[in-house]
Design a protein around this ligand. Sequence first.
Ligand SMILES: [Zn+2]
Length: 696
Amino acid sequence: MKHYLILLALLPFAASAQYAGEYGTADTTLFQILQRPDGYYLSTEHYGNIRMIPEGGGRFTLDRVKPVAIVDFDTNSTGQVTRMLVHQAGRFTWIKDTLSASLLGSYHQDIDASLHILIHQDGEQLKMETKNLDQLKRDKYRVLDDTYTFQRDRNGQVERLLIDRIGEQVYLPRKSQGLQPALRMHAPDRHLGFTRADTLEGAPLPARTCYDVLFYDLDVALDPSQRSVQGRNRIRFRAVRDFDSLQLDLYANLRIDRILYQGHELTYHREYNAVYVDFPSTVSQGTLGELDVQYHGKPILPDPSVLQGGILWLHDTLGNPWAESVCQGTGGSLWWPGKDLLSDKPDSMRITLTAPAGLTAISNGRLLSTHKMPDGRSRFEWYVSYPILNYNVVFYLGDYVHFSDKRIDYYCLPYSLDKAKTVFGGAPAMMDLYERDFGPYPFAGDGFKLVEAPYPMEHQSAVSPGPITPLPGGTYDQAEVIRTLWHESAHEWWGNSVSCADFADLWIHEAFATYTEVLAYTAFSGDKAAADYLRAQVPVNKEPIIGVYNVNYFYLGDMYSKGCLLLNTLRHAIHNDSLFFGALRGIQSQWRFRSITTEDLIRSFNAFTGKDYTCVFDQYLRHTALPVLEWSLQDRRFRYRWQADVPGFQMPIRINLGPVLLSATSEWQALNLPESASPEDLRVDTDEFYVRTVHN
Ligand SMILES: [Zn+2]
């Protein structure tokens, strides 16, 4: 919270124009300007919050918006905004997700396929989101000051939409329509600081730790045509101590219909994405209870520019709906209510999904039943018999086909079947490798599924390597899909079974999953491929790997590349693979299904290897600089020591002349090179040890 306070203190106290408020045309609110401790944000339901970088004199540029967009506020003599001007000249190309003769449907932007717009019809009126399309001639429309031109292929199918913007759009301040507050204040980071909304998401606050979730019974109907969900979650809990109120999490844009407890409707209030549920009387410690939360709404859409998750509502290349929930970092509460905290997994979970006619809905765990409803929709009942992280709970919705072998179920789109058999062909051997190195597959009772989906993710027992047939405009690299499959599947051990209790320790997932790719390269492609992949890991070394605790700080940084190189360095410093992999299996078995901290992991690693590597972990995880091996050579006498941020740093290192490993410390040591060695050939092994060296 320190940064937050500093930023507040830096805000000018002098009266200045207030730009915050709602803006739009004379009759429709289109977006909001939010004022936050770190500045202004332009907020739309669709794009989320865009930071406004002040240029002075009431002018701002919109962060990361292409083509460059300039915002000007005109104010009157009393400082009130009279109008807002957005200057953004250029042409935007949107590709239709599904070819058809109709203009209606979803389109994605050519330069960023994650951005979607929807052309829909309201009575006779064509609309883009809330804006009207006014026809100029066939396939040409005016929308505010933009010109929309729909282009067709030679068969008359609409394939793209060109939006020409001639420069300036004028928006007027509007009386507040009471738009929902922003879902996320901004993409928080160490420099911008964190907010109360971040704390509510990330901290184990008393209103969350007062109860332990035992079981979720989630039942959701999916409607891709409306991009909406409707359902309920019955939350079974045990009171850890007495309480009158508890915190649940559900994104502020989703509506709560009611919350029931013992047949009575409870009152609640909401703050950002937190929901405080009030009980009529104290719930005493040890009580087993069940809340029934009924809700509906349109979940947010993903925005990769700020690592925001959401629901990907797409169409496959045949035009059938294809959707996936992607929640890591943002939280499962973007589409279902629960306790969205990494440190409290339910012991088990049932996920019942209702899908439109003809589509299959896949989730985690075992398929218990399918049931066709009178209206043609189908219900798919899935059961997870293990603890599961909130963001791992998934729905995949599509026109799926299924095949299987002895231990793995595979799902793909029908036209991907041949390719899927190739891509998934190595999966059984991959599972054998992982079981050898990490121990038994943790979720054997739930089976293991691989699912073709729009976005790769380690969803527990239902892992996705991404699309197997690329979407229009997408590229495809089969080796890359297989590498992704190795990575996401490794998370079943590192991430899904042994999980971090806070995203600050997310390296526990990503470092091990990335290093697992190296192990898979070694096993399936050979040593050279593994060495090449290690060499391709290039950390930035600008911020420590370990993030900020208790604010749901989802920051990826160096945890993949540097985390992977740390593990490789440790393995070679230990120089005993049975000890190294024994420690990995030991950690897996000790912490199975639990959420742990970096300290927990280091303590176990030290115990299983019988040696204290704390200073090595600390240097690589908590500092930006690498340890430096300082060395000199005089008259065949090799002198060496470590310099590092961690006092008393020590770690074995290898040179090509002399003994296998030198036990280097922060103190100078010396070694006489053997008679046979030519001193000019001396090399420190910086291939297997990710360190810096300084030759004096
Ligand atoms: Zn990963």
